[in-house]
Every structure is written in structure tokens, then in C-alpha cells.
Write a protein that binds this ligand. Structure first.
Ligand code: SF4
Length: 142
């Protein structure tokens, strides 16, 4: 069984602050293979890096911007996620485990307006693409 999991949950120090969010998955059945994926590292954002956040733009679209610089990382992260989708459609995947609250991996992450006010929640880029491209593959938070 192939499980694609957010890298930080598997103990990789891929978070913006150089830390991990290692999760205790308990007894892992021998037939489970965990495959790490970090969209932000894969997109070349580096570790450590500027935190990013989901922002609702004036036209209603949702972008991922650097918290301080307001640099738009949407296209870079999305391209990397699309490449991963192609790989997984070719090789197969049985389940996704996604880190909560992340603007890339979270199923429901904080959504800000241009002034920095929280206006709701939205899925991160990777979570949104996973749900759209693999609707029949279980995906959730640990
Ligand atoms: S992008 Fe996802 S995998 Fe990478 S550090 Fe953030 S939550 Fe973890």
C-alpha cells in the first residue's frame, strides 16, 4: 500500500522554520510504504524560508504569497504539484496524508484578504489538487 504523506509529518525537517511535525502513526503495517512529499521544498523555496499564506485576491482567485515580501509563489508550487500528480497517476497511490493548516498541504487552511485579515478557510494548493485529481483515493489529516 502506497501512502503519500506530507514530508514534515514523517519527520523530515521541511517546514519554513527548519523543523518537522513528526506524527506518531503508531504501528505501521508491514505492507505500508510511506512516500514523503513537500510541495514547498520541491518547488525550490528552501529551508528555512519565508512563511507563506493563502490570500484571496481582488478578483476572487486564491494565491499563495510570502507573508512579508508578498512574492507570489502560486505558479511554482502548482507546477510542482502537477508534476507529482503525473508521477502518481503513472506509479499509483492508495492514500494521502496531509498536514493540517498548511497553505500547501492543509485541507482547510486560513484564508486572508489583502490586508491580512482572516476571511475564512480554503484548501492548500496540494490538498486542492489531490482532491480534484484523485477523488476516489482517501485523503485526510492524521
Ligand atoms: S509544505 Fe506540506 S510537507 Fe512541506 S513543510 Fe509544509 S506542511 Fe509539511
Amino acid at each position: 500500500m502506497k501512502v503519500v504523506a506530507s514530508s514534515c509529518l514523517l519527520g523530515f525537517k521541511t517546514r519554513y522554520d527548519g523543523r518537522d511535525k513528526k506524527h506518531d502513526f503508531g504501528g505501521i503495517p508491514a505492507d505500508v510504504e510511506y512516500l514523503p512529499f513537500c510541495p514547498e521544498v520541491e518547488a525550490g523555496l528552501g529551508v528555512p524560508r519565508e512563511p507563506i499564506e493563502l490570500v484571496r485576491m481582488d478578483d476572487g482567485s486564491i494565491h499563495v504569497l510570502g507573508r512579508q515580501t508578498r512574492e507570489d509563489f502560486t505558479d511554482r508550487i502548482e507546477a510542482c504539484c502537477r508534476a507529482k500528480v503525473a508521477e502518481l497517476k503513472r506509479d499509483g497511490v492508495d492514500c494521502f496524508v496531509l498536514k493540517s493548516n498548511s497553505p500547501s498541504c492543509g485541507l482547510e487552511s486560513p484564508l486572508y484578504d489583502a490586508c491580512g485579515n482572516v476571511v475564512g478557510t480554503a484548501p492548500g494548493i496540494w490538498a486542492r489538487i489531490v482532491a480534484a485529481e484523485f477523488p476516489d483515493v482517501p485523503h485526510g489529516m492524521p
